[in-house]
Design a binder for this molecule. Structure first.
Ligand SMILES: [Zn+2]
Length: 148
């Protein structure tokens, strides 16, 4: 039986491979960009608000900060307590064009020892969790190997 690939959150990302993008929204009045997407009203306190349109965000940015998760988070975090905990690395990335900071896991195998502030990373499709029926998809940040 083949498992379905399902985004862990609807509407936050789209596409595959080179076409994979995070989806934010942009205020038609003040051009502020939001991620996670804001669909109700502009969060810019100096803006009276406008229509919010969906926009794909840049695929590249630079490491703003990072850490790792050395312990199993409590519920509702989904993990199998029967399996040993595998730490993951979390990166806060400042997108080059939007100047927004977006959190995400690093690609598997990347540890905090591999990262420095200012290092360039790119967005790639990733897997957050798998069960018998579903592969839950997300985004990961992968170092490009280029220095800022
Ligand atoms: Zn606005």
């Amino acid at each position: 039986m083949s498992r379905t690939r399902t985004p862990v959150v609807d509407g936050w990302f789209t596409g595959d491979g080179e076409g994979f993008r995070l989806l934010g929204t942009r205020c038609a009045r003040c051009a502020s960009v939001f991620f996670p997407r804001e669909d109700t009203h502009c969060r810019n306190p100096g803006c009276a608000g406008g229509d919010l349109e969906e926009v794909p965000l840049s695929r590249r940015g630079h490491v703003w900060s990072y850490t790792d998760s050395q312990y199993r988070p409590p519920s509702p975090y989904v993990s199998n307590p029967e399996l040993p905990w595998k730490p993951f690395t979390l990166i806060a990335v400042e997108l080059d064009a939007e100047r927004l900071v977006v959190l995400g896991q690093a690609t598997p195998g990347v540890t905090v020892a591999d990262l420095t502030v200012g290092m360039e990373v790119e967005l790639v499709p990733g897997v957050l969790h798998e069960d018998a029926e579903t592969i839950w998809t997300t985004w990961h940040w992968r170092p490009t190997g280029e220095r800022a």
